[in-house]
Design a protein around this ligand. Structure first.
Ligand code: F3S
Length: 772
């Protein structure tokens, strides 16, 4: 795809230099990595990760090749991005460090707090007004510390990062789990909690256990209705929500060259749904086209050079993967995943039967396209093509249709090219360039809470209540094309590839496979320039106001240190059954407004979790049988000076980078989470906030422990003091009869992480180090 010849807005951004990965330094480090590791072939992920090591020899030397899954890497990242909901806590933590500016370039994106209801023109000003205090806080802190501030309406973090900051070979952290979207442009982009982001912002190396590498070999070429989204919907079905844990997913093979850059971003974005640390693609000509089209031609040239001189941006031919999955794009059919979990994957041709078998609703209640996952120019043009086909046949959508552009740049371009007009003429509602319904900020009036209904979205995540706060809304994920076609039937069993629709003329109508160009031939419009960030020089005199009476923001107090003995007399607050995602632990939606106020947001702690002993949600019982909501019982115990633990099943903390899911239990007196297994980001977040994540050595021991049982740790203190070395046990006293038994448990503490818990939190340790 050629660089646009004429674009009134085409200019090289003045900050292009700060947006170009430091290829000179990175390729020099790569040479050092090769020296230390010898002749071993490297995957692309290894090249980028290891070239960001603070000290190559320390991390990789003398390990006899035993690195993946074992070594702890201390990494110096190039950039940080934060969304408005998580940025509040990240900045409150950063402010306790007393620094005048950030050590690496950073950006804040106001996207999560904007409601989707009537359309951008009405929703955006309303959301700005209702979140004024928080946006002012973020903007003033950004100005003071030299962070780029992307105002409400500018777009969704991952889309803006792709359009402006992601680049081949870059390593960045984002305080949002879908940060891996940047892998579509060949970056290692990892979702983390705010405390991890603070590491990078203060120039401390960020620690990560070296991931294993899962190679996904793509063969063939997509055609017809199959889209990049279907690659990841299919892969999620194969891997399940836990299958990517501890891995980076690296795509390779001839099929890679056929995918658009934004399509690759969609695939990487949803790697978060299988628990992968991140996902990425090698540098391809499609990336060059996208960089050129988004006014970053110099970055494409520099990447080309680094690739030519050091083979930096693709895997070595003799690279070995820990696991390989092959997907033939030519044979891939569209998929629909859900409800309630992104790995419940059904090929479109079987969906009709599966709907019947499971007695899912036969009617759709709404279709939503766009979001950070699927709002590229290509996505929208292909959806537009279907809308035009239907309109020509005299058809109108049978259910509500919402469109969320991912950024102002996309919105303005689609407006110029009249795509939005086509959607609106069909009755679609164009929402603000923000998260809206993707993060529970969807104000619906068509259904009431508790109504069972089915929606189809082109988003990435579909946990219960994720979109509209209604746990009975069955949310299914598909490509924008499938969502768009299906709204014209409104029937869940409609297959747009094979089925026809009746038309006013009496002629049956069948969709043709959608088409649409990857990039706009006239280039991208920038849109409203007032939404773009200005200068990023710190302005130390800028006041950052946090009112002591605010219900939205509160300065942080440090957590108390661990103490100098093992923990005694912890009580089990709740034994959780089944899925317990960060949405269950710290709900989003209406709670987003308290993200900067730990005391207030703690009132949602674990309110979505199911009590394994009673089957109730948000119900916990004190030892005398009195019933409470989970946060109320936690507060009651805190007031009594009792510390507690939670017992849970697999993949605890699945989902997002939301560090509130760790901060809140910590704040309310939680000391341990004992689970069958953890999601990676959440396990790290717990350690950073001083909560101890432990797993059962034998999963069957989950049955040996119940609510209000009393727990003493054995060996935990010594293990922490010995920087992660040593065995840990839990002595459990049963509440029923006072009988005692010992449960062996496992942990994954690194040296540094043990230090966080001993100090009370990572931030306590950082502040202590800064003071000495
Ligand atoms: Fe926003 Fe995350 Fe959705 S960034 S659009 S809430 S996946």
């Amino acid at each position: 795809f050629a660089t646009p010849a004429t674009n009134s807005n085409f200019s090289v951004h003045p900050e292009i230099a700060t947006r170009t990965p430091p290829y000179g330094k990175l390729t020099k480090n790569l040479t050092e990595v090769r020296r230390v590791l010898g002749t071993q072939g490297l995957t692309l992920a290894e090249k980028i990760l290891y070239s960001h090591l603070d000290n190559v020899e320390d991390a990789l030397g003398g390990r006899n090749g035993k690195i993946r899954g074992e070594a702890y890497l201390k990494l110096k990242v190039d950039r940080v991005a934060m969304q408005d909901a998580s940025a509040q806590m990240a900045l409150l933590q950063f402010m306790t460090c007393g620094l005048g500016g950030t050590a690496v370039p950073a950006s804040i994106h106001c996207d999560h707090m904007i409601v989707g209801e009537k359309g951008a023109d009405v929703d955006l000003p309303k959301s700005i007004e209702s979140n004024k205090e928080v946006f002012n806080f973020l903007e003033s802190a950004a100005k003071k510390f030299g962070i780029q501030f992307w105002a409400p309406g500018s777009g969704i973090i991952h889309q803006i990062v792709l359009e402006n900051y992601a680049a081949p070979g870059l390593m960045m952290l984002g305080t949002d789990s879908h940060t891996p979207n940047g892998g579509g442009l060949g970056a290692i982009a990892i979702g983390v909690g705010g405390a991890d982001a603070v590491d990078a912002l203060v120039d401390a190396p960020w620690e990560l256990r070296a991931p294993k590498i899962l190679g996904v070999r793509l063969e063939g070429e997509l055609s017809g209705w199959a889209t990049p989204k279907d690659v990841i919907l299919n892969l999620a079905g194969q891997l399940t929500v836990r299958g990517g844990t501890g891995y980076i997913i690296e795509y390779y093979g001839p099929g890679v060259q056929t995918l658009s850059c934004t399509g690759m971003a969609t695939i990487c974005n949803m790697g978060a749904e299988v628990g992968a640390t991140t996902s990425l693609f090698p540098f391809t000509p499609k990336m060059t086209s996208y960089l050129n089209s988004t006014r970053r031609a110099p970055i494409a040239e520099a990447a080309e050079e680094a690739n030519k001189s050091h083979n930096f941006l693709r895997a070595d031919t003799n690279a070995a993967y820990d696991q390989v999955i092959t997907i033939n794009l030519s044979e891939l059919e569209p998929h629909i995943n859900g409800p309630f979990t992104p790995d419940l994957s059904t090929p479109l041709s079987k969906f009709k039967d599966v709907v019947k078998e499971n007695e899912w609703p036969e009617q759709l209640s709404a279709g939503l396209i766009g979001s950070c996952t699927n709002s590229s120019y290509q996505d929208m043009l292909r959806a537009e093509d279907l809308v035009k086909q239907a309109a020509a046949a005299g058809l109108k959508p049978r259910v509500d249709f919402f469109v969320t552009p991912g950024s102002e740049q996309i919105r303005a371009t689609l407006e110029r090219d009249e795509t939005l007009d086509v959607f609106e003429k069909a009755g679609g509602t164009v929402l603000a360039n923000a998260c809206g319904p993707c993060i529970g900020q969807w104000k619906r009036s068509d259904i009431s809470k508790g109504d069972t209904n089915a929606i189809l979205t082109s988003y990435n995540r579909n946990f219960r209540a994720r979109n509209d706060g209604n746990s009975q809304t069955m949310n299914f994920l598909a490509s924008p094309e499938i969502v768009t076609a299906m709204i014209y039937s409104g029937d869940m069993s409609f297959n747009p590839i094979t089925d026809t629709l009746p038309t006013p003329s009496g002629q049956p109508f069948q969709f043709s496979a959608p088409s649409g160009s990857e990039l706009p031939s006239q280039g991208f419009e920038l849109g409203n320039l007032a939404l773009f960030p200005s200068d990023s020089t710190p302005s130390p005199s800028t006041p950052v106001v946090v009112s002591p009476t605010s219900s939205r923001l509160a300065l942080l107090e440090p957590f108390e240190p661990f103490g100098s003995t093992d923990l005694k007399g912890l009580k089990v607050l709740l034994k959780v059954k089944g899925k317990c995602t960060t949405d269950h632990i710290s709900a989003a939606g209406s709670w987003l407004k308290y993200k900067g106020h730990l005391e207030n947001i703690s009132n949602n702690t674990l309110i979505g979790a199911m009590n394994a002993e009673t089957g109730e949600v948000n119900k916990a019982y004190d030892a005398n049988g009195d019933a409470f909501s989970v946060p109320d019982l936690a507060r009651r115990w805190k007031a009594q000076g009792l510390s507690w633990l939670v017992v849970a099943e697999n993949n605890y903390g699945e989902g997002s980078a939301r560090e509130h899911a760790a901060l809140q239990p910590r704040y309310l007196g939680g000391k341990i989470i004992l689970a069958k297994s953890f999601a990676r980001i959440h396990e790290t977040n717990l350690k950073k906030q001083g909560v101890v994540p432990l797993t059962f050595a034998s999963e069957a021991d989950y049955n040996l422990i119940g609510s209000c049982d009393s727990v003493d740790t054995v060996g935990l203190y010594d293990m922490l003091v010995n920087r992660g070395d040593g065995e840990v046990f839990l002595d459990v006293t049963k509440k029923e009869d006072g009988s005692r038994h010992r449960i062996p448990v496992k942990h994954t503490f690194s040296k540094d992480q043990a230090g966080f818990v001993l100090a009370g939190s990572a931030l306590n340790l950082l502040s202590k180090k800064a003071a000495t």
